[in-house]
Every structure is written in structure tokens, then in C-alpha cells.
Ligand binder design. Structure first.
Ligand code: CUA
Length: 183
């Protein structure tokens, strides 16, 4: 309690205690181990995505996404008026995030591979696919490209996990994975 001044005025200029040195060393070494694990988990883990990122003008990205949605639109998503795009297997698919929506809604086929592009056209958002818990930071001006193959049909949720303003909590969407049509 600093009600009285310390008895020695130069109280901070002391050699570091041995215990403290040991803990600093442990924390530093653990940091190095985890740094190595980041690389290792790209190979062995399931959560560290190997995305590619390209710098792109948001207006260009927006145009590409709109063209994509127009081309593959199958219906509107409920009342929201956001189009649901169902691209063919192997396609480049586009998702954009902006205040406060994910656009468009994607419908993919189980077992097929797609190249997913994600970018924000305004602020920093966080792509979080639940319940799979796949997370990507979405920056304005940088397009992430991820190759993905959905393995299980179902309705997944996309939420924003970077605080992006007053309606951050409403920034949620869906991703549909359906069985491929036979014949
Ligand atoms: Cu977008 Cu939070």
C-alpha cells in the first residue's frame, strides 16, 4: 500500500530474483515451442487453415461477388432478401462481409471441392463457421482464398467474431451443405 513513500527511494534498481529469471526463461521457451507448433499444426492440425491472401480493390471484389451471386442464385434467403447462391462443384465462390452482413448465402454440395474467396469491403470482421469452429480474420482489401471440401451435409452458421460496431451481434448468416443430386 503506497500510503507512505518506500523507505529506499531507488527501489526498482535491484538485481532480478532468481525465481523470476527462471519463470521468464520458461515463458520465453514456451513461446518458442508454440511458435514452432504454429508451423506444425498447419500440417498435422485441423484448425490452422493454409489460406492465401491477395490484395484487391474492394469495389472490384464487390463486383465479382455480385456477378457470382447473380449467376448462381437459386432463391432468396427468407425475408432478408439476401440471395442464396449454389455454384457448381469446383467453382470459385465469393463471400463478402460488410456492416453487418455476410453476402450472399452459399449452398454447397457435400464431398465437392470449392475455392472460397472471402473479403471485407469495409471494416475488420471475423469469419467464424459454427459448429465446426473454423475462423478467419477478414480484412478490408485482402482477399482470402481457401480450398474447402464440406464433408457433412447440414446447415452451418457463420457469425462475426470481431467486434465491428453497434450491430456486430446481428452479423450472422448460414451456409448450407446439401447432398449432391443424383443423375
Ligand atoms: Cu462484423 Cu462483427
Amino acid at each position: 500500500m503506497a500510503i507512505h513513500p518506500p523507505s529506499r527511494r531507488i527501489w526498482w534498481n535491484e538485481p532480478i530474483e532468481k525465481d523470476e529469471i527462471v519463470w521468464i526463461a520458461i515463458a520465453f521457451l514456451w513461446g518458442l515451442v508454440m511458435f514452432g507448433m504454429m508451423v506444425y499444426w498447419h500440417v498435422a492440425g485441423r484448425q490452422n487453415l493454409s489460406t492465401k491472401a491477395y490484395r484487391i480493390d474492394p469495389a472490384v471484389y464487390e463486383q465479382r461477388t455480385e456477378a457470382f451471386a447473380e449467376k448462381y442464385k437459386v432463391r432468396d434467403e427468407g425475408e432478408s432478401g439476401i440471395p442464396v447462391a449454389k455454384p457448381p462443384p469446383g467453382a470459385d465462390i465469393y463471400l463478402l462481409s460488410r456492416l453487418w452482413q455476410w453476402w450472399p448465402v452459399l449452398e454447397l454440395e457435400e464431398g465437392q471441392t470449392y475455392r472460397l474467396h472471402i473479403m471485407s469491403t469495409d471494416w475488420l470482421h471475423g469469419f467464424s463457421l459454427q459448429p465446426e469452429n473454423i475462423n478467419i480474420q477478414v480484412h478490408p482489401g485482402y482477399e482470402h482464398v481457401v480450398t474447402l471440401t464440406p464433408t457433412r451435409e447440414g446447415t452451418y452458421s457463420i457469425i462475426c467474431n470481431e467486434y465491428c460496431g453497434i450491430n456486430h451481434h446481428t452479423m450472422a448468416s448460414k451456409l448450407y451443405v446439401v447432398k449432391p443430386k443424383k443423375g
